[in-house]
Design a protein around this ligand. Sequence first.
Ligand SMILES: NC(=O)c1ccc[n+]([C@@H]2O[C@H](COP(=O)([O-])OP(=O)(O)OC[C@H]3O[C@@H](n4cnc5c(N)ncnc54)[C@H](O)[C@@H]3O)[C@@H](O)[C@H]2O)c1
Length: 249
Amino acid sequence: MNVLLNGALGKMGSEIIETAKKYDDFNIVCGFDKTEFYDKDFPIYSDIEKINEEVDVVIDFSVPVATFKILDYAKQKRIPIVIATTGFSDTQLLEIKNLSNTLPIFRSSNMSLDINLMAKLVQKIAEVLKDSDIEIIETHHNRKVDSPSGTAILLADAINQVFNNEKVYDFDRMQKREKRSKNEIGFSSVRGGNIVGEHTVKFFSENETLEITHTSYSRQVFAEGALKAARFIVTKEYGLYDMNDLLDK
Ligand SMILES: NC(=O)c1ccc[n+]([C@@H]2O[C@H](COP(=O)([O-])OP(=O)(O)OC[C@H]3O[C@@H](n4cnc5c(N)ncnc54)[C@H](O)[C@@H]3O)[C@@H](O)[C@H]2O)c1
């Protein structure tokens, strides 16, 4: 499978390059990033027009603006794409959904199978603890630019399905002086050091609290998940898929 790696010069880009070496079915033929770079096993372009390699699948760990550049290219060439980038606006997410009417797109804010299992678990817990106050706390390294994390939103969205999407997300409690509403899911983002990713969902009832936590120790889990997603998406004609489609297999 010939791969175009978007965000090739980033931390996850390096992780994908290393992880792909373990498998015979992946061949990274080129990359895309902000700056052009040739001192690797493959060229990294900063100009879409220069890409002339045969590409079977795009893997994207970058920033939303770069995702949309590469989506344009994928659309023109009808190449399946795995989007792992986070921090999209609602409008951008809708645009991705619309593009999937003609293009195979796999998008997940978290490529770890365990996190996606956690999403299923917290959904089940929410079904039982319907009246609890639900809070999500996430911790990441000091270089992360978006908050809350895409994974925190992924977990909240899984919970919110239980409530017909009627729960409101409170991202910034410090801007107001009023007590917590029953109808909200609160988010707290902590940033520091080199933490790969920690997510905790807390269900507070009157006299007890249930919490469930996932900790990532290495970026390799995301790379492994993205490669699994690439194997999955190359077989599809079009449509929007996520990790649930892999978990359900
Ligand atoms: N879905 C997942 O499982 C998962 C896991 C880890 C990270 N992520 C997400 O993946 C993204 C990348 O993470 P990272 O840790 O590798 O970050 P990073 O900052 O190390 O890498 C981002 C790369 O994108 C490039 N870039 C920035 N602006 C660009 C532009 N305009 N055009 C082309 N390239 C551009 C940067 O130069 C950099 O090389 C983030 O959105 C992060 O949240 C997702």
